[in-house]
Design a protein around this ligand. Structure first.
Ligand SMILES: NC(=O)c1ccc[n+]([C@@H]2O[C@H](COP(=O)([O-])OP(=O)(O)OC[C@H]3O[C@@H](n4cnc5c(N)ncnc54)[C@H](OP(=O)(O)O)[C@@H]3O)[C@@H](O)[C@H]2O)c1
Length: 327
């Protein structure tokens, strides 16, 4: 697989990686329990295919995701690029250092390739956090620093708070149905050479075509996601039909067309979650073709006609708060 540079790090990563939130999902609302054995096979296959970018977080499954990822890359550490995240309630100087130590232990590695601030915490001055992040780099425990869910002004403050290092990535929600970052964050990151790590790049499955108002996904995570309300699943159908038609012509699935479209910008890399080796293989194979101008125009037209409703989400408020905490 053709690799891309992560920010200005000089390190190349696969533009399609693997998100491992689901690895810690036992009882965590992803609708189907997820076996350790399956997770190990998914990572092994990703490495075989040259997809080296793995995203996890201390929050996922209370550390279980890091533990499983650590086990999966044992013996193949040099092939994997490991990105993990420190939680927003661990952003004081000492807490960052302790959280990193715990993550290293769970991952069973000597250094974290990319250490990201999972969410900003407005009550902790970013300078304190970044001083700890730079210390971790100096001590060799972290190789590169990233952020996640940082809007433009917070990203700029985070950059200013660093004395020696640079922010190489900002992990944000970005998919065909949720394109808020395109307005100002993406252009800024392109200018600054900061990689956008797109999370939920398949809109948690809404961009695969398998969910309909009659067949919504199970589990509280997606019940809290307004994209899966009946009205939005209906409204998304037209776009999915366009992706399906392009996919049929190209011998690609809807998910592959959606991922390919997302990564037409070189600054963007995606970390789709996968619940089976088959899904992983499909996602990794989304890049070996280029859509033509006519195909891109058809997608653009469908996107311009799309109007999603945020009002009918099931259980949106309480679950979003809870889901937000565990993301
Ligand atoms: N930084 C943050 O705040 C944050 C927040 C959310 C996620 N993330 C990261 O981003 C990663 C991915 O995001 P996400 O898991 O929210 O959403 P996603 O990648 O858009 O969706 C993943 C889900 O889509 C389905 N799927 C994946 N590939 C498929 C395929 N080829 N065909 C059909 N279905 C497929 C699977 O669920 P089903 O088979 O059950 O449909 C899978 O669990 C996470 O694992 C995590 O590492 C970060």
């Amino acid at each position: 697989m053709k690799h891309t540079e992560l920010g200005t790090s000089g390190i190349s990563v696969s533009p399609v990686g693997l998100g491992t939130w689901q690895f810690g999902s036992k009882g965590w609302g992803w609708g189907r329990d997820f076996g350790r054995e399956e997770a190990l096979k998914i990572v092994e296959r990703a490495l075989d295919l040259g997809a080296n970018l793995f995203d996890t977080a201390e929050m996922y499954g209370g550390g279980l995701s890091e533990e499983i990822l650590g086990e999966a890359i044992r013996g193949r550490r040099d092939e994997a690029f490991v990105a993990t995240k420190v939680s927003p309630h661990h952003l004081l100087h000492g807490s960052v250092l302790k959280a990193a130590r715990r993550s290293l232990r769970r991952l069973d590695i000597d250094a974290i390739d990319l250490y990201q601030i999972h969410w900003p915490n407005p009550i902790i001055p970013i300078r304190r956090t970044m001083r700890a992040m730079e210390r971790l780099v100096k001590e060799g425990k972290v190789r590169h620093i990233g952020v996640s869910n940082f809007g433009l002004s917070r990203l700029k403050s985070a950059q200013e708070a660093l004395a020696r290092e640079e922010i190489v990535s900002n992990q944000v929600k970005y998919n065909m149905l949720q394109r808020g970052v395109e307005k100002d964050l993406l252009p800024y990151c392109e200018k600054e050479k900061i990689t956008i790590l797109a999370y939920s790049p398949l809109a948690q499955g809404a961009l695969t075509g398998k969910y309909t108002p009659e067949n919504p996904p199970r589990g509280s995570v997606r019940a809290a996601n307004p994209l899966f309300s009946s009205v939005n699943l209906r409204r998304t159908r037209k776009l999915l039909d366009v992706l399906q038609a392009i996919g049929d012509h190209r011998k690609k699935t809807i998910a592959q067309v959606a991922l390919n479209w997302l990564m037409r910008t070189p600054t963007v890399a995606a970390i789709p979650g996968a619940k089976s080796v088959g899904q992983l293989e499909e996602n990794v194979a989304s890049l070996n073709w280029e859509p033509g101008e006519n195909e891109l125009a058809r997608i653009q037209e469908a996107l311009e006609q799309l109007r999603l409703s945020r009002l009918r989400s099931t259980l949106e408020t309480p679950f979003r708060v809870v889901a937000g905490i565990f993301r």
